[in-house]
Write a protein that binds this ligand. Structure first.
Ligand code: 6PG
Length: 501
């Protein structure tokens, strides 16, 4: 056996990860369910490094030096279990099996426990950055035992992207910790994408500018606090014409129903179990679901009225398919003279909402870490998200600094830097939410993050009334601000109060 590490599952992500590993000088065993992909990889990219093709699971496993390290890059769920079931009997005690897919962290915990019984180290590793990241340097979120990490860590640090000389890979924690953090990463990705889409929607219909013109706005934002991969690609998508009809914006011919593979949904499902309010992520998942509710949308169009005094353009949704449409001056709901301040307001609203999304995501990481005893360092997560991954952004450096200064920061929003940044933008944020409501353009991400912000900062919440209601109809009791204990009012009797605990 000669190979130092193996990759099984050679679809785009697996193939690119294997090439990345081989390019870093590791003798890399490669294997795929069907041989064609293995052959193609070796033929096309064999010159990039040393690949050892395995045309059966047996041959693949036998080509690896002991203790073996194998990375599985197949679809999450049943396909991953099938590969584990096939490989596990061929492995020996001390071997390391790595799942580099987008697995649910609960599956990773289950698999880790089962394989540990057999003496096999199972490491669930989050990999972000899409196809290009996998090849050129992803952000990597490895979970699993210290023992597995001691062998795996240096390889992952080699193939991950570097930011300021620091690799975007670090040990997240045991068993499912890596996949949990990758899941929250994707949840934040959903929220960020939704917020950007809302900003686009408001700008387009507020200003009546073309997508190409708005690409310039996003490009300019990309040289400030909002600098990030998602803002950068937004400009690219908006600038793109329909390849089949030059002059027609691509964004106008794409069906407006967002799909999902499920990691955002998992984030929200898990957040519900943990009791962490990730409202920005939840709105993003539901906005995708609403976009795909075609029967309901069709039934509502032309039936449910919008606000009376909005220029037609806002209602029409800008350019229609088949028209070049959305020309400058086509009219939006914002006066031309106020265009620049509106753009700046939307930028501020986007930034503030984005801080909320990250604050909620980091709260969830802490909650998961506490629940499962993972000991995750939030600052280290911000550090490895600075490069390679889909949510890479300039302000992750600020998040890293915030947690470095105060590891037990109760909320990212109260870190002095972010508190100040959001305070400076909050009036604009409120104006944008008001304008979206007035114009009838849904901005659930902007408005729910603002509601979260206000919910966090207010001294008294309306939950006191909810507690009173619960006590009235169900004798669920309430606590008092002035004395300890639980209390109940005899609602059906003399209205006296009794202490129940
Ligand atoms: C990444 C991405 C990646 C994938 C998403 C897409 O970090 O590289 O998050 O994992 O592109 O799963 O998610 P949806 O299909 O659910 O939008």
């Amino acid at each position: 056996p000669t190979a130092q590490i193996g990759v099984t599952g050679l679809a785009t992500m697996g193939r690119n990860l294997a090439r990345n590993i081989a390019r870093h000088g590791y003798v890399t065993a490669v294997h795929n369910r069907s041989d064609a992909k293995t052959k193609a990889l070796v033929e096309e990219f064999g010159h990039e490094g040393t690949f050892v093709p395995g045309y059966s699971a047996e041959e693949f496993v036998a080509s690896l030096t002991s203790p073996r390290t194998i990375i599985i890059m197949v679809k999450a769920g049943a396909p991953t279990d099938a590969v584990i079931d096939e490989l596990a009997p061929l492995l020996s005690e001390g071997d390391i099996l790595v799942d580099g897919g987008n697995a649910h962290f609960a599956d990773t915990r289950r698999r880790e426990a089962a394989l540990r019984e057999r003496g096999i180290h199972f490491a669930g590793v989050g990999v972000s950055g899409g196809e290009e990241g996998a090849l050129l340097g992803p952000s990597i979120m490895p979970g699993g035992s210290e023992h597995a990490y001691a062998k795996l860590g240096p390889i992952l640090a080699d193939i991950a992207v570097d930011v300021d000389g620091t690799p975007c890979s670090t040990h997240v924690g045991p068993d499912g910790a890596g996949h949990f953090v990758k899941m929250v990463h994707n949840g934040i990705e959903y929220a960020d994408m939704q917020l950007i889409a809302e900003a686009y929607d408001l700008l387009r219909h507020g200003l009546g500018r073309t997508p190409a013109q708005l690409a310039e706005v996003f490009e300019s934002w990309n040289s400030g606090d909002l600098e990030s991969f998602l803002i950068e690609i937004t400009a690219r998508v908006l600038r793109q014409d329909d390849p089949t009809t030059p002059g027609r914006p691509l964004v106008d011919v794409i069906v407006d129903e967002a799909e999902q593979k499920g990691t955002g949904r998992w984030t929200v499902q898990t957040a519900l179990d943990l009791g962490t309010p990730v409202s920005g992520i939840a709105e993003a998942v539901f906005a995708r679901a609403l976009s795909g509710s075609s029967a309901q949308r069709k039934a509502a169009q032309g039936v449910l009225p919008g606000p009376a005094e909005v220029p037609a353009d806002a209602e029409a949704g800008g350019a229609r398919v088949g028209e070049p449409g959305g020309e400058e001056g086509a009219g939006g709901f914002v006066d031309a003279a106020d265009a620049e301040s509106f753009i700046d307001d939307v930028r501020a609203a986007l930034y503030a909402s984005k801080v909320v999304a990250y604050a909620q995501g980091f709260d969830m990481i802490r909650a998961g870490s506490t629940e499962y005893g993972w000991g995750i360092d939030p600052g280290a997560m911000a550090t490895i998200w600075r490069g390679g991954c889909i949510i890479r952004a300039r302000f992750l450096d600020r998040i890293r600094e915030a947690y470095e200064k105060q590891p037990d920061l109760p909320s990212l929003l109260v870190d002095p830097y972010f508190a100040d940044a959001v305070a400076r933008g909050q009036e604009a944020w409120r104006r944008v939410v008001v304008q979206s409501v007035t114009a009838g353009i849904p901005a659930p991400g902007f408005s729910s993050s603002l509601a979260y912000y206000d919910g966090l900062r207010r001294e008294r919440s309306s939950a006191a009334l909810v507690q009173g209601q619960r006590d009235l109809f169900g004798a669920h009791t309430y606590r008092r601000v002035d004395r300890p204990g639980s209390f109940h009012v005899e609602w059906g009797g003399d209205l006296s109060e009794s202490q129940t605990a």
